[in-house]
Design a protein around this ligand. Structure first.
Ligand code: COA
Length: 326
């Protein structure tokens, strides 16, 4: 059996500007109480208009490289999970490659919405096994504030901006990425989508009719999220020959505290073993998992030897899970 790959270092970066629920009360017909009760979100970080998401992704990547004691030149591959790259093309991964000076890397973006980080981890792991890559940067970076309709109270209160990164390398023992699972169901793509694209290119008319902003059927997304993430976790555990009791910590996608609690109940896991930071960051899409992972390693919630479940869900629909032993 091939050796596992493991996470050598993590990092994250968020814009300094914090947008509170109180400020949102002045923008749309909402209240702090409604947002906290229905989503658990108290604040989110929002990028300044016109700022480059690649700068945030680069900052997160530099922190992960430092933590992994790895130089940019050592990186063989950069994958970025994002749907809000600086430009339509080239990929943001190429922009980050230049900013880092990762001159020996191949680089590409991956579009799987909120599942982008775990899809990236899965692909990176596979390419390392088949191509012999020794050091891979998997980044997730999102600036959803750039595609939120700030007049739509159904969506604008939920999202935040941020970037997270990990450096992967071959493990020296049996620890590392024990299993992973990715899945999609395009038949539900209308539950969560942004129609701005080649079918509706930028025009005054399209911009005026909000054709480049997020559309969401919140209740349906909510329902699918709980079922899909619970199933994905069971699948990844089965592939690793483990049971739910073997998990020391679960890091689910941070979209809504009620979705997180719903997964916990369905999965029958002690709430103390479930990581939550959605109150401070909101839903940063693909970036929620690496941001939470970085925090959990830094604050001691993950200790050496711990087995951690990562699970996410997003537009597509897409969902994904991974079991990692640290
Ligand atoms: N402030 C106040 N009221 C709001 C509101 C806001 N920001 N947003 C919606 N409402 C209203 C709705 O208009 C609705 O009013 P109505 O009954 O008069 O029509 C009412 O609140 C309840 O709406 P409902 O959709 O039933 O609320 P909910 O309990 O499902 O919570 C979400 C709404 C969006 C928070 C929830 O459905 C959710 O989190 N869904 C998943 C979203 C998600 O995670 N997306 C990303 C996936 S990666």
């Amino acid at each position: 059996m091939l050796p596992h790959n493991c996470i050598l270092g993590t990092g994250y970066a968020v814009p300094p500007r914090i947008l509170t629920n109180a400020e949102l009360e002045n923008m749309v017909d909402t209240t702090d109480q409604w947002i906290v009760e229905r989503s658990g979100i108290r604040q989110r970080h929002i990028a300044e208009p016109g700022s480059a998401l690649s700068d945030l992704a680069t900052a997160a990547a530099r922190r992960a490289l430092d933590a992994a004691d790895t130089s940019a030149e050592q990186i063989d591959l950069i994958i970025i999970g994002t749907v809000t790259g600086d430009m339509k093309f080239p990929s943001m991964a190429c922009l980050v490659q230049e900013k880092l000076g990762a001159v020996n890397a191949a680089a590409f973006d991956l579009s799987a919405a909120c599942s982008g980080f775990l899809f990236g981890l899965n692909i990176a792991d596979s390419l390392m096994q088949t191509n012999g890559y020794q050091r891979v940067l998997v980044i997730a970076a999102e600036m959803l504030s750039s595609m939120v309709n700030w007049q739509d109270r159904n969506t604008c209160v939920l999202f935040g901006d941020g970037a997270g990164a990990v450096v992967l390398g071959p493990a020296s023992d049996q620890r590392g990425l024990l299993s992973s699972y990715i899945k999609s169901d395009g038949s539900h793509h209308r539950l969560l989508y942004n129609p701005g694209g080649s079918q509706h290119p930028p025009s005054h008319e399209n911009v005026d009719s909000q054709l480049s902003t997020i559309n969401m059927e919140g209740r349906e997304v909510f329902r699918h999220a709980i079922v899909s993430m619970t199933d994905a976790l069971h699948e990844a555990l089965k592939r690793a020959d483990l049971t739910p009791d073997d998990l020391d910590l679960l890091i689910p996608h941070q979209a809504n505290i009620r979705i997180i609690e719903g997964i916990g109940k369905r999965f029958k896991i002690d709430p103390a073993k479930v990581y939550v930071n959605v109150d401070r960051f909101g839903n940063t899409s693909a970036a929620t998992i690496p941001i939470a992972l970085n925090e959990a390693l830094a604050n001691g919630r993950i200790k050496p030897g711990d087995t951690v479940g990562l699970v996410t869900f997003g537009a597509g629909l897409t969902w994904s899970s991974c079991i990692v032993q640290f």
